[in-house]
Design a protein around this ligand. Structure first.
Ligand code: PPS
Length: 296
């Protein structure tokens, strides 16, 4: 399991290097990473795991409602980052005592950076994956609007950075591989962003079964309605409009940007697509799992 030995703070830089992964200093610190490593997970905890831009804040909306049977209060009273905090971020230490049981958290950590107490616990994991071609597009716009991140350069330059893992939380393929090989058995459930877009009630039914909630169809429909892209865009507690413009400039690109499948088609040139595809295929060629999308 991870130690803090591998933490590099570069004065002047916007990022920390933690076990070779870039993490923004605005939201992460040596203290927050130590807090995460020493964090004691409970058997009843539910952790949503994502590579950045795969559906994290959508799950911050959905999960409390699935766990509390559809009570909308947390959605309208608590900002998403405190409602379902990130395990690795500074806010966790401030809000952990206020989390209701069962506690819901999110993390971008790859499997090997999870705290020792996680493996020893029976905490459940929901791993959300998104087509990496849409992940990189979403990330590209996020890097432009989030002033605490490095400028992404041109999309072409960003493709190279993404493929080299010189982006937040490293290589997409490493992240997916780490969680696909986690051997958590029935403690982990895999969801795709695409299935959520296609049929959110069906995904909610799967989540309800996995978390043993037995939600009624009325509650499922209510959650789906209140967690739609439009509802989240209109929710001040979820649309990041509470964040000062110096940190996140929604005029450049809103956090809730498009919320669709396939926007990559508007961004990749044939050459970029070929480069992207060949690197990912090579890195996944000996894997026992297959991706739910074509890389073509
Ligand atoms: S982060 O920074 O890692 O927390 O970002 P993350 O929340 O993982 O991903 C942001 C993208 O998720 C989209 N999103 C949604 N899509 C559809 N429906 C709903 N309700 C929804 N909520 C968030 C968000 O718009 C980002 O995708 P893009 O493609 O940029 O629109």
């Amino acid at each position: 399991m991870a130690s803090l030995v591998s933490l590099t703070e570069c004065p002047g830089d916007l990022s920390l290097l933690y076990h070779g992964l870039l993490l923004p200093k605005e939201t992460h610190s040596a203290e927050s990473l130590k807090f995460a490593q020493e964090f004691r997970l409970k058997d009843s905890d539910v952790v949503v795991v994502t590579y950045p831009k795969s559906g994290t804040i959508w799950m911050q909306e959905i999960l409390p409602l699935v766990l509390n049977g559809g009570d909308l209060t947390p959605l309208h009273t608590i900002p998403n980052w405190d409602r379902v905090p990130w395990l690795e971020e500074k806010r966790l230490a401030l809000v952990v005592d206020q989390l209701p049981n069962p506690r819901a958290m999110v993390t971008h950590f790859p499997y090997q950076l999870m705290p020792p107490s996680f493996l020893a616990s029976k905490a459940k994991v929901i791993y959300v994956m998104r087509n990496p071609k849409d992940v990189i597009v979403s990330s590209y716009y996020f890097h432009q609007m989030a002033r605490f991140l490095d400028d992404p350069g041109t999309f072409d330059e960003f493709v190279d950075k993404f493929l080299e893992g010189k982006v937040l939380f490293g290589k997409w393929t490493d992240h997916v591989k780490s969680w696909k090989h986690s051997e958590l058995g029935d403690r982990i459930m895999y969801i795709t962003y695409e299935e959520m877009v296609q049929d959110l009630p069906a995904t909610l039914r799967r989540m309800s079964d996995f978390l043993e909630r037995d939600l009624s169809e009325d509650v499922i429909q209510k959650i789906a309605q209140h967690c739609s892209f439009k509802a989240m865009k209109d929710n001040q507690m979820s649309n990041f409009k509470l964040v000062p413009r110096e940190l996140m400039d929604s005029e450049i690109s809103p956090f809730l940007r498009k919320g669709v499948v396939g926007d990559w088609k508007n961004h990749f040139t044939p050459e970029q697509l070929q480069r992207f595809k060949s690197v990912l295929q090579k890195e996944l060629q000996n894997e026992s799992f297959t991706l739910p999308w074509s890389l073509e």
